[in-house]
Write a protein that binds this ligand. Sequence first.
Ligand SMILES: [Mn+2]
Length: 462
Amino acid sequence: MFPAKVYSERRAKLRKELSKGLVLFLGNQDSAFNYPANTYSFRQDSSFLYFFGLDHPDLAGVIDLDNGTDHVFGNDLDINDIIWMGKQPTIKEQALNVGVDNTAPLKELSVLIKDALEKGRMIHFLPPYRGETTLWLSDLLDLHHLKLREHASIELIKGVIKLRMVKDDLEIDEIEKMINVAWLMHTTAMKMAKPGVVEQEIAGVIEGIALSHGGPVSFPVILSINGQTLHNHYHGNTLSEGRMLVIDAGCESDLHYASDITRTVPVGGKFTQRQKEIYEVVLKANLAATGAVKIGVPFREIHLLAATEIVKGLKALGLMKGDVKEAVNKGAHTLFFPHGLGHPMGLDVHDLEGLGEIFVGYDNEVIRSKEFGLAFLRFGRKLQKNFVMTIEPGIYFIPELIDSWKNENKMAEFINYDKVETYKDFGGIRIEDDILVTDNGARVLGKPIPKTVEEVEKTMKS
Ligand SMILES: [Mn+2]
């Protein structure tokens, strides 16, 4: 974990964002896999990690805004626990490592909360996303579980987002270490992408690389020759010549900072002319978007710039037609690029998404669109220094979407449906990097992962 003062300072900064009452952070609990004692591997809540740093189940943190104290609640192990888990530091010792002096057993938490409720004190909490936490909060606050979300503290949500969005050097270092592991995952996948190999053979190896270097993966590996399906977790296809393999995968550090990288490679190691043409368009959109990153620029503008590059490229290839600007304004590109350009990344791979995308990605200046395509953009507001974002444009040929648009003759002034028909067997391409917003623009984080046609082909041959 980071030095104790990192956590003390984070809590001190949070105090400045809030007015009065108690701030309650519940850590995650173990969650049963198929019977109570066989649990999913434990993942701590990211906001709890950020402010209290401790990484095991059954902990709660409280910041008392009125008297200036911080508290950790948790139970010390008894002899029965020690038989199974070995001796562990006491809660008191653990709390000191994150700069907290006050500790108490978990049962004291309900006493504190009950007392606060009786006195009518404000209790700030974040919206829960897990069943166990929902029930725990519901019991503590004596509030029906369906009412929790609407009672979550907007003041706290906004304060946590403000702090966690801006990464410090320690955090950036953690993220870069994990992009370097992703480098190994992706270059290994590239070398394995040969005809006859089953997707799961590669997916298993790269997940193993994540686990061997910290791990686990930061989200379930996406690895598919059917890259036109955006989040494809089926790994049973056999790779065949002529298909593109989309690999979207990253991992978590010991402290749970993420990486999230996508590369798309031709099975067998050599791009066909048709693959190369589409690939170059996506690459150009990726580079143009990265080049446009600047403090104060709304991410939505950068998203639309990537869309513009995609329309220009597809027009040059005869797949689209008409006025480029008008096509983007009307959303004609969303037939091929139906998702957003990227998202914040940090302790969560979609950082802070559990607190509500509307608070994370939008504000009074940039309002979320309801239109198909733009509505999927998770983040639209102005970029600030030391935001970490993904840049991940893509072009996909989704047969069902093409049929649906064609049947309605939708955007026919911008789309050459006859030509698009001939690409229904193509699949999809996405190229994703993780970038840091700096004073000078963007820095692509980590060890460069092969990205140009030449780099990818060279890596696949080696
Ligand atoms: Mn991503």
